[in-house]
Design a protein around this ligand. Structure first.
Ligand code: ARG
Length: 466
């Protein structure tokens, strides 16, 4: 097949020739311009180090510093002309620097490569996102704590299998999510510690023969130390993967809460009323108020987990060290980070603005024989029955109540004694829902007294609002 024929086969789709297509697949400037601030910070640290070690003249480094600041302000105020022909942010910045300060700009790339440069820029960016995620998580936690404080002792059904299990308190349920999000914040913090090593100075892959000071650049950029192996430094994207993994788990948590809010705001549950600010109407059904924000948060995990899988797939099987495959890391992480921050902000607002319906929660709390376990426990404690026997007796009582269509507390003492002769009036004390939750005072239990302790602990532990 001649070239001409090959072109005829696939060329019709493209107005431009193969060179332009190469440019289109190769260039990353369309997205990595988001690394501009990090790229310039890295270059400034590198320039200062080159002067301190005598690799370039102090006057040249000073010209670089000023020039880089000019480039940054041009990018910030939107006057910078990005060029696809220059491929990526690194070459765009360097080319503009050359226009601004002349040949000295050419010395900036001494003892450096785009491989260590991009690894450094991207780490700085992801590191910032770890901090942003921590802030966003704390916002959601504060909103949940507000809800928990308002209803620390409000009763509601606790579920297993989405079947009524035992009564719990609203505050306790809210705090369960505070715990989950606390672990999420911990994961971002852990990842941040691990990623805080500086790749700059690894150069292309092998290090450099110039007398660079990697400690100096690492410190200038807020890293704890330089990466110890130059091959690893340029080929590692664990930091991005750890961020995506933490983001995936966090998004999973958000999706669970979102799902509960969708269920709870339905007419069948009415546990919560979502604020109008976070709901939408239907164009055809006038009565509808849809929890769209919750539904969208529930769905956002798809993109974030997708990014996680995508980057793992890109990295899988890559030989050391840098390969262009790794340029595919950024869009995934950018999108996942944007999505997570948006989902966190929406969740914080939605939770802060929603109203829990105390009466609906209480009405549901007593339904479904939710205090059956309390009854079984009473049989163990008061009559000395083995728990298995107590379970059996309780089951028989539930069956009776169910057959009559009443709650356990509505059975008469005679009916109870027909199942087990030794049951006395005292049993009715434990069949109440308030009693049930009040009695669960074990550490981590649902009793209001325990819930209030946990609220206080979390209030003290959360970072201050910014
Ligand atoms: N734009 C590239 C990336 O994002 C920068 C590194 C290019 N390195 C190279 N050897 N071509 O990965």
């Amino acid at each position: 097949m001649t070239d001409q024929a090959a072109n005829a086969m696939w060329g019709g789709r493209f107005a431009a020739g193969p060179d332009a297509i190469m440019e289109a697949i190769n260039a990353s400037i369309g997205f990595d311009r988001r690394l501009a601030a990090q790229d310039i910070a890295g270059s400034r640290a590198h320039a200062a180090m080159l002067a301190a070690t005598g690799i370039v003249e102090a006057s040249e480094a000073e010209a670089m510093r000023k020039g880089l600041l000019t480039v940054l302000s041009e990018i910030e105020d939107g006057t910078f002309q990005f060029s696809t022909a220059l491929e990526d942010i690194h070459m765009n910045v360097e080319a503009r620097l050359r226009e601004l300060i002349g040949p000295a700009a050419g010395r900036l790339h001494t003892a450096r490569s785009r491989n260590d440069q991009v690894a450094t820029d991207f780490r700085l960016w992801v590191r910032d996102q770890c901090d942003a995620a921590a802030q966003g998580i704390a916002e959601v936690q504060r909103a949940l704590l507000g809800q928990a404080e308002a209803g620390a002792d409000w009763v509601m059904p606790g579920f297993t299998h989405l079947q009524t299990a035992q009564p719990v308190t609203w505050g306790h349920h809210m705090l369960a999510y505070v715990e989950m999000l606390g672990r999420d914040a911990g994961r971002f913090a852990d990842a941040r510690v691990r990623m805080n090593e500086c790749p700059l100075g690894a150069a292309a892959l092998a290090g450099t023969s110039f007398p660079i000071d990697r400690q100096m650049t690492a410190e200038a950029l807020g890293f704890d130390r330089p990466c110890a192996n130059s091959l690893d430094a340029v080929s590692d994207r664990d930091f991005a993967l750890e961020f995506l993994a933490a983001a995936s788990i966090c998004a999973m948590h958000l999706s669970r809460l979102a799902e509960e809010l969708v269920i709870w705001s339905s007419a069948q549950f009415r546990f919560v009323t979502m604020s109008d600010r976070w709901s939408t109407g239907s164009s055809i059904m006038p009565q509808k108020k849809n929890p769209d924000a919750a539904e969208l948060i529930r769905a956002k995990i798809g993109r974030i987990l997708g990014a996680n899988i995508a980057l793992l797939t890109v990295m899988k099987g890559l030989p050391l060290t840098y390969s262009k495959d790794m340029q595919e890391d950024k869009e995934q992480v950018f999108d996942a980070a944007d999505t997570l921050m948006l989902a966190l902000a929406a969740m914080a607002g939605m939770v802060a603005d929603m109203t829990a319906n105390r009466d609906a929660l209480a009405a549901a709390a007593g339904a479904g024989f939710s205090t059956a376990t309390d009854l079984a426990d009473w049989l163990v404690r008061t009559l000395g029955l083995p728990f298995r026997d107590a379970h059996h007796v309780t089951g028989a009582l539930v069956a009776r109540a169910e057959a009559r269509g009443v709650d356990l507390a509505d059975l008469s003492l005679d009916e109870m004694q027909a199942v087990h002769a030794e049951i006395d009036e005292g049993v009715f004390d434990v069949l109440g829902v308030e009693n049930s939750v009040g009695s669960r005072t074990s550490y981590g239990g649902t009793a209001p007294v325990r819930v209030r302790e946990q609220i206080a602990r979390w209030r003290a532990a959360l970072p201050v609002e910014t």
